[in-house]
Design a protein around this ligand. Sequence first.
Ligand SMILES: NC(=O)c1ccc[n+]([C@@H]2O[C@H](COP(=O)([O-])OP(=O)(O)OC[C@H]3O[C@@H](n4cnc5c(N)ncnc54)[C@H](OP(=O)(O)O)[C@@H]3O)[C@@H](O)[C@H]2O)c1
Length: 254
Amino acid sequence: MAGRLEGKRAIISGGSRGIGAAIARAYAAEGAKVVISSRKQPGLDAVAEAINADYPDSVIPMTCHIGYPEQIEEFIQQVEEKIGRPHILVNNAATNPYFGPMLQIEPTAFQKTFDVNVKGYFEMTRFVVQRWLANDEPGAVVNVSSVVGLRGAPFQGVYAMTKAAIISMTQTLSIELGEANIRVNAIAPGLVDTHFASAIVQNPDMSKMFTDKSALKRYAQPEEIAGAAVFLGSDEASYITGQTLAVDGGYTTV
Ligand SMILES: NC(=O)c1ccc[n+]([C@@H]2O[C@H](COP(=O)([O-])OP(=O)(O)OC[C@H]3O[C@@H](n4cnc5c(N)ncnc54)[C@H](OP(=O)(O)O)[C@@H]3O)[C@@H](O)[C@H]2O)c1
């Protein structure tokens, strides 16, 4: 039986670990050819090697710091040369350099959070979509946001602002690009057991604050987020755009 992403080519930013690596594996398992990117080559190489051992020639690792638009432009050009124009862009790489009262964040941390989490997603999307439009081709963008973009988030305030901005970007782009058959959706994960969230997951009090508030009373493993990214990137979601799918164990319903 053909995979749900057979014949598709995808870019997944932040693919060297955590949710991005899990999405890359799920995409490969469904038949996609994937470029994973992040800042550091060794982590990317390890993930590509592990996935390619199970799904030969499915993953290509390439560095790209999404805080630098000029790197993004060159990266998108190189992806096209290596595998052809992608059909799916998964914007997943993000950062959170500060944890504490919102108004006490240093200006440099504020700037970095917006440069990577908002401008990075925006520029990745811009460079990919420009090529779809120029070639009159459809496409799908899947933005990894967060439940903190949907609710107040003490001690993660500025990061949460960037995640809310991604939901806004998703909605507006879906309207502006709909006629070109370019779909733009977002995923809002709850707490996930990754390096990114280790300060919360490994602190029993803080992790309990999240799990107590969620219907399933637990946090997620990265693989549990990947299915939504497969679905939204695939043709099964051909009539879905502008949506934010909470994959949060019911955190936003309790
Ligand atoms: N974990 C959670 O609880 C949770 C909850 C909701 C939403 N999310 C979202 O899920 C996404 C993935 O997070 P995660 O938990 O999987 O984190 P993670 O395990 O720390 O992975 C982050 C990935 O992003 C890459 N990265 C970081 N800064 C980058 C930059 N400037 N340019 C390019 N790549 C960069 C990292 O690789 P390098 O170090 O090599 O660059 C890594 O591959 C993020 O958008 C995050 O906001 C996470």
